[in-house]
Design a protein around this ligand. Sequence first.
Ligand SMILES: *[C@@H]1O[C@H](CO)[C@@H](O)[C@H](O)[C@H]1NC(C)=O
Ligand SMILES: *[C@@H]1O[C@H](CO)[C@@H](O)[C@H](O)[C@H]1NC(C)=O
Ligand SMILES: *[C@@H]1O[C@H](CO)[C@@H](O)[C@H](O)[C@H]1NC(C)=O
Ligand SMILES: *[C@@H]1O[C@H](CO)[C@@H](O)[C@H](O)[C@H]1NC(C)=O
Ligand SMILES: CC(=O)N[C@H]1CO[C@H](CO)[C@@H](O)[C@@H]1O
Length: 800
Amino acid sequence: MRTSSSRSPPIFILLCMALESTAVTTSSSTFSSPHLLLLSSSPTTTTTATITNSSCPSYSFIITTTVIIITITSSPQFDTSIGVLVYEDQFLQISTLLPSSNVYGFGEHSHRRFRHDLNWKTWGIFTRDLGVGGDDNLYGAHPFHMVVEEDGNTHGVFFVNSNAMEVALQPTPALTYRTIGGVLDFYVFLGPTPENVISQYGEVIGRPVMVPYWSLGFQLCRWDYGSLDRVKTVWSEMIEAQIPYDIQYGDIDYMLEKKDFTYDKDGAYAGLPEFIQQVHDHGQHYIIILDHIIKKEAGYHAYDRGLDPNVYVLNPNRSAPIVGNVWPGDSVYPDFFNENSQKYWTDLCKDFHDEIEYDALWIDMNEPSNFVKGSIDGCDNNRWNYPPYLPKITIDEGKIFTKTLCMDARHGTGDHYNLHSLYGHTMGVGTYEALKTVFPEKRSLVFSRSTFAGTGKAAHHWLGDNQSVWGHLHWGITGMLEFNMFGMPYSGADICGFWGNTTYEMCWRWTQLGAFYPYSRNHNAMGWYPQHPPVFGEEFVEMTKNILSERYRLLPFLYTLFYQAHVDSSTVVRALVNEFPADSMTWDVDRQFLWGPSFMISAVLEEGVTEIDAYIPRDARWYDYYTGEEMVRERGQVATLPAPMDTINLHVRGGYILPLQEPANTTVFSRLNPLALLVALDDNMQASGDFFWDDGEKRESYERGLYSLLKFTATKANLQGELRMMVDVAGYTDPNDLYFHSIKVYGVADYVDGDVTIHPDGSAPSKATAVDYSPQTKVLHIRALQLDMMTPFTVQWDLE
Ligand SMILES: *[C@@H]1O[C@H](CO)[C@@H](O)[C@H](O)[C@H]1NC(C)=O
Ligand SMILES: *[C@@H]1O[C@H](CO)[C@@H](O)[C@H](O)[C@H]1NC(C)=O
Ligand SMILES: *[C@@H]1O[C@H](CO)[C@@H](O)[C@H](O)[C@H]1NC(C)=O
Ligand SMILES: *[C@@H]1O[C@H](CO)[C@@H](O)[C@H](O)[C@H]1NC(C)=O
Ligand SMILES: CC(=O)N[C@H]1CO[C@H](CO)[C@@H](O)[C@@H]1O
């Protein structure tokens, strides 16, 4: 990562396929590896070339002393002829024309819509501790976007720069980057599809880390339960109500005087280790919060241990650690750019785990936040703290260092001016490394509020986007879609909202929507009306149990999507435009979303509403998830769908096979239950799907081959429908003898009442004993099966 200010020409790297091939610097138009091309614009020569490779879109480029034009399809995708390039020491600017107005990405902001408004909107990028609500730059920095053209061709651009910057969008369409440091260094991803672009970006920044299976369960959190007794009460209410519930949190009130690596053992949280044991005994997990700062207090172990060798961010003259003020009072900042900090942080995490057996860490405030401006001594008046140009970032009183450290604070490898937006990223990676020591065998989790391009290879992100207001149900969907683009698929907003009193109806609808957040957590702030499901009474509990049971039923499918994301950065929460980029109706859809390519969620996002308008993409068959009935008339239309209080609309796309499992109260128990398959046939009466399974928590199970991968295909031939299961990888055999007990096939139009035959590999065929077929819904349901998970099988049924 280049972070220092220097004058150098822009660098472009074009990427289509894998990065295995070595980079080639162009000096002529002969290239050994057309997949990856490093273009250094030189001020004295003009270079032009056209590159063709059958497995990549072909492209051409022109570089002159003043202009860079890159063309992938017919019109230029990157064309700087619209504006001047500026390289000053603390001001760099580059503009490009865009081939279409369908621009997605850039973060972190609370974008109201997924597709950008190009009408002179300017977005700042600089990590910042700020509440959601305006157009502010928020916790993370992600200078990445993609552009979808009229014909569906898509390219992406990653601007590799960590300085404070702004992106100015213009209706031409065009965009301008202005940054106050670093160099102009770009990756251009050739696509041609949105998912290709995101995968190519993932190749550069790192693939998303694999989550443990238990993290897909429902989670409950609150800032300031007040005492462990209150936590126990809430926990018991949840269990008594039999709501699926995998994870309980401890927010900062578990700490003694808000100090990291302590708990209030003689006060309000006496008995916490024993409670965590009890949580574990119920098949659940416990996650604690840590802040980014250490209280400056002699005698406090976490502070003392960081002094020699010093691991803290230093003041500008390097005479002592710079001191800010956060929750516990005057505090110092562990510097994850300092080579000594990893051991320091790992030791603290390890020792604390010996005291309380947490299962994962949630790191907050790491933008890095500071409640005083710059430091308790203020900041010097120099060109770093008062840069000549300030991008459109949110600051108070015209000062870039408000709510954070002075820009001339010193890190191990540079100054805060350049490294600011990387602080949370390095803390996320450092915490991930520390947890490898705490849990050498087990995958854990790190949630980081502040993130940068690539944080997803170590950590996850919840959307700070969180007030108990209706608008946030919609914005949270855009937030998830964006973080999936940014390589952090495991995300979601706080269900029922964080700040403010929720209402019964809002929390009800948010619980339905949040059941389909990959990261499904109900979280409430201090002082507001309690919002864990049992407080709302019996009917609310019933609804919560029902919808979370559907979530748990779908977990094998969701987990398989996470495996795919880990392998190739495919998105888990996916925008409709990613699947149907040439269908212009999908470009603006951000109130609905998909899980992977095949499962569509259309929730109610407003108060007092009992029907919704949902777009049903035209190039596919769609089935109601619950009944299996096909949406025939609605296909390619904006359909008005009934959405009474007990309903969230869920649809399955023809052509896909989803692995399912009977739900239970936690994932530990649901993993013991029988499996099922949902087969949704496409227009050719075909479908396919995968099922990834491992023990759910061993580290690097994929890399070490400790997993199994099943492949399913459904076809139609000779008046027979057929479903075939093959074991593609057999690296893990579940100790619980899992078997498929039910197969549902949606869209079987021409079924004749005959025998359904089962052929397990290596044993004699048999007739299915329980078969239901509905001529109304065209659903074939084969029940009472006992098909071993690791034995390939074929199931056949007769057709007219
Ligand atoms: C395309 O690129 C690949 C990988 O670099 C290379 O092996 C292949 O020969 C190229 N094909 C053509 C037609 O140039
Ligand atoms: C879940 O159910 C199992 C078995 O019925 C029980 O042992 C366990 O305590 C339950 N866990 C929770 C969190 O309710
Ligand atoms: C270094 O800076 C700190 C505050 O930023 C100041 O208190 C101290 O006097 C300075 N020391 C020297 C040697 O300049
Ligand atoms: C939120 O609810 C609490 C508890 O019922 C109540 O005391 C408080 O006044 C409410 N606050 C607002 C702003 O409505
Ligand atoms: C808008 C808002 O309330 N944002 C908050 C989201 O939650 C985090 C902590 O969980 C707060 O720090 C944000 O201020």
